[in-house]
Design a protein around this ligand. Structure first.
Ligand code: NDP
Ligand code: MG
Length: 358
């Protein structure tokens, strides 16, 4: 397979599976973590690699003619390798082009980069997508062969501040926000979990993947139940597993689910399972759910503003609550947009980030 974002949390989990099940890795891509990329090159012996910055090329221990750079480089990487499968584990808007290219080349897209669907889901219609998000991998299992579905629910952990009082959120630091109770993930998605932007994005992701608008999210603080499917007859199915992304990555990589990826949950050892409504006072970003479902084009606006403010928060240059405020301001400004061409998405991502910085 072609593995984009190999130095991140999903990338590393994918490589654990590759090591264990002898998956051939034709190409690796990273952003700036060249020392880890060098280790991966030694172990997996790819044909090509791609990095983010031209200046880092000299640091990569690999023949220069086989090192591609930047967004154009990622496109070349996909074109040069004849593998059918691309795993897109790049974080943020930077991953969108890989998804578009995978579609163009008729490759199977194992998709962790949910931002691709949030910003441009309508341009990925018809792509052969296998979602890696745990909730959507769970929905794949729940919805298989089912017809009489009434509603789908995905779960949220509540993130680092599930137990905090709303008034205390004013003073939390990025270090506090990065302490996710259940999952070990990259920094951006960990902040997105604390604000609930991640769940908002996953609602849109589910809409594009399954075509339903009757979707909601509830909090299950242990992250053992990932999704629920309500049927018209009053029955509900739940999908449960321990919180380990290797399960959903494997479901996207392997046709047959015949491998022992995780130990089954021992329900006798789980003291209690509780579910909670998402508080809009604590997680104001989630109040955008119906607005986004009614006008999914706005996904690019919310994503761009979120990306801008999350990185500002991570670098200690704004407060936690500024993330939500920044998103609402950007939405006010860009409420009337309508997207007809893919290029408009790239244009708007840039414009919104410029607006946030002004
Ligand atoms: P990480 O931050 O851990 O990794 C991101 C990867 O993308 C790294 O390899 C990074 O390279 C690379 N990257 C970052 N910026 C660029 C850029 N501009 N150009 C090219 N490559 C870049 O993120 P995660 O692995 O946590 O998440 C990846 C995606 O998967 C996200 O979209 C996230 O929402 C989604 N996801 C993640 C889950 C998880 O458990 N982690 C669960 C469900 C979904 P480098 O580090 O070398 O700079
Ligand atoms: Mg998820």
């Amino acid at each position: 397979m072609i593995l984009c974002g190999s130095t991140g949390s999903i990338g590393l989990n994918a490589l654990i599976l590759a090591r264990k099940y002898n998956i051939n890795i034709s190409a690796l891509s990273c952003g700036e973590n060249i020392s880890l990329l060098n280790e991966q090159i030694q172990e997996f012996k790819p044909k090509f690699v791609c990095i983010k910055n031209e200046n880092d090329k000299k640091l990569v221990k690999f023949p220069s003619s086989k090192i591609f750079v930047g967004q154009n480089g990622l496109e070349k990487l996909l074109k040069e390798c004849d593998d059918d499968l691309v795993l897109n584990a790049i974080v943020g808007f930077a991953g969108f082009n890989v998804s578009l290219t995978a579609k163009k080349l008729n490759k199977i897209l194992a998709l962790a980069n949910k931002e691709s669907l949030v910003v441009g889901g309508k341009f990925l219609k018809g792509a052969n997508i296998r979602a890696i998000d745990s909730e959507h991998a769970a929905l794949n299992m729940l919805l298989k062969g089912q017809k009489n579905i009434k509603k789908i629910l995905i779960t949220a952990s509540g993130g680092a501040f599930f137990k905090h009082k709303v008034k205390d959120l004013k003073y939390v630091s990025s270090k506090d926000a990065l302490k996710h109770p259940n999952w070990s993930m990259g920094a951006k998605i960990t902040i997105d979990s604390a604000t609930m932007a991640n769940k908002l994005f996953e609602i849109l992701e589910a809409y594009y993947l399954y075509g339903f608008k009757n979707i909601d999210a509830i909090i299950e603080p242990r992250s053992l139940i990932h999704a629920l499917c309500e049927f018209k007859d009053g029955g509900t199915s739940l999908y449960a597993s321990s919180a380990d992304m290797k399960l959903s990555i494997s479901q996207a990589l392997f046709e047959k689910n015949d491998k022992n990826i995780l130990n089954s949950l021992d329900f006798l050892k789980i003291p209690s399972l509780k579910f909670y409504k998402i508080s809009l006072k604590k997680y104001p970003i989630y109040s955008l759910k119906d607005i986004l479902l009614n006008k999914p084009d706005l996904g690019v606006i919310v994503n761009a503003a979120n990306e801008y403010w999350v990185y500002k928060f991570l670098s200690g240059n704004c407060a936690f609550l500024d993330i939500a405020n920044g998103i609402f301001k950007a939405l006010d400004k860009f409420a009337d947009i309508k997207i007809n061409e893919i290029e408009e998405i790239f244009y708007l991502d840039k414009k919104v980030k410029e607006f946030c910085a002004s």
